[in-house]
Design a protein around this ligand. Structure first.
Ligand SMILES: *Cc1c(COP(=O)(O)O)cnc(C)c1O
Length: 393
């Protein structure tokens, strides 16, 4: 009977000396082998650059991190198991009991849950500032972190990033920008003065709706400071997912350029349609933050939100009639998808809070993919139907 000795079954042993793959290999391993005690001693002393354990570091994960750092113009980056893992790593890494966090209320719902449901339990004061309020005006002596997103979901309002970053820097407060909606192709918050960028890499960075991942990017000293939080909270990215993320990032520039172009065309087409009540897209001159968007973005993104005449009933009809466009949450992939904010991201939010956020029940949010824009318009045209009674005649 053959011996089941795993130590001798290394079919590709030595291949790393002879084979130079064009693509970064997937290091699908939890642990790494040491040759000797001396080898291990060198590692623990910090000088060898070797790997120990994949919760600490893994070459496939580092390959994705190097790509993201390059895209954001950052010294360093860290990828995580989800966007929420990145947010948790950043917030638990930066804040302690007694500290205060000032955050825009117009941020991802999960981020708000983490802040109000968890950080508060550990003695952090959380101040949420409604859309339109100046975050800087809410900073107090104990404020350590200011957290915001731009463009926001689903109204795509833009905050003046340079203004916020400068105000935080002046006061020695760490500013963090969730750059998920813009992607680094359209907006580079670090260049605008922000300290730390956060991503749901699930969205545009991966771009294919097949991976859940997150990321942080910023100065090496800040990313290093957050390493223990990722390591001990445990939100590391699996090597296979890191590979898929890195592969997605190879095409982000062409994907996002096309999505910008298609979204602009779709937004202009919708804005000219009498069946549509309003269109929110930062690339439209009618958008309330068009001027800010032009200053800080190099492209206006692939997200378009429109509202139809006839309230939720009319929005539901359009939502139920789309054929090419799929009904799904999330964003940033190659397939165009749409969602109803009041039934997804803003489900259960009070009427007063919806009004403060500018969210209405007749809104449909569209994440524009890579299909021919003519096909998307044809689909929306049939889905809009004859419009509500009255608008039709
Ligand atoms: C999706 C999303 C998140 C959360 O990311 P996950 O990858 O789902 O954990 C955070 N911020 C924004 C803006 C998002 O769209």
């Amino acid at each position: 009977m053959p011996r089941q000795d795993t130590t001798v079954i290394h079919a590709g042993e030595g291949a790393s000396d002879r084979a130079r793959p064009l693509t970064a290999p997937i290091y699908q391993t939890s642990t790494f082998v040491f040759d000797s005690t001396a080898d291990l001693e060198e590692y623990v002393a910090g000088g060898s650059g070797r790997y120990l354990y994949s919760r600490y570091a893994n070459p496939s994960v580092e390959s994705a991190e190097a790509k993201l750092a390059a895209l954001e113009g950052a010294e360093a980056a860290m990828v995580t198991a989800s966007g929420m893992a990145a947010t948790a790593t950043a917030l638990f890494g930066l804040l302690a009991a007694g500290d205060e966090l000032v955050a825009s209320a117009a941020i991802y719902g999960g981020s708000i849950h983490l802040m109000t449901g968890f950080l508060r339990k550990f003695g952090v004061t959380v101040r949420l500032v409604p859309m339109g309020g100046d975050l800087l005006a809410h900073i107090g002596p104990a404020t350590k972190v200011v957290w915001f997103e731009s463009p926001t979901n689903p109204t795509l309002r833009c905050l003046d990033i340079r203004h916020l970053a400068a105000g935080c820097r002046e006061r020695g407060i760490t500013s963090v920008c969730d750059n998920t909606f813009a992607s680094p192709i359209n907006q580079q918050p670090l260049a605008l003065g922000v300290d730390l960028v956060m991503h749901s890499a699930t969205k545009y960075l991966n771009g294919h709706s097949d991976v859940v991942a997150g990321a942080l990017a910023g100065p090496a000293a800040l990313i290093d400071r957050l390493q223990p939080a990722r390591r001990f909270l445990g939100g590391v990215l699996d090597p296979s997912a890191a590979y898929a993320l890195a592969r997605g990032m190879k095409t982000i520039a062409v994907r996002v350029a096309r999505q910008n172009e298609s979204a602009q065309r779709l937004a202009e087409w919708l804005a000219a349609d009498p069946r549509v009540r309003t269109v929110a897209y930062p690339g439209l001159p009618s958008h309330p933050d068009h001027a800010i968007a032009r200053r800080q973005m190099s492209g206006f993104g692939g997200m378009v939100t429109c509202a139809v005449h006839g309230g939720l009933a009319a929005a539901r009809d359009v939502f139920d009639r789309v054929r090419l466009i799929q009904r799904a949450v999330s964003l940033g992939g190659v397939e165009t998808i749409c969602s109803l904010p009041v039934l997804t991201s803003h489900y259960g939010v009070s009427a007063a809070d919806l009004a403060a956020a500018g969210v209405t029940d007749d809104m449909i949010r569209i994440s524009v993919g890579l299909e021919d824009p003519a096909d998307l318009m044809a689909d929306l045209d049939q889905a809009l139907g004859r419009g509500p009674a009255g608008a039709a005649s």
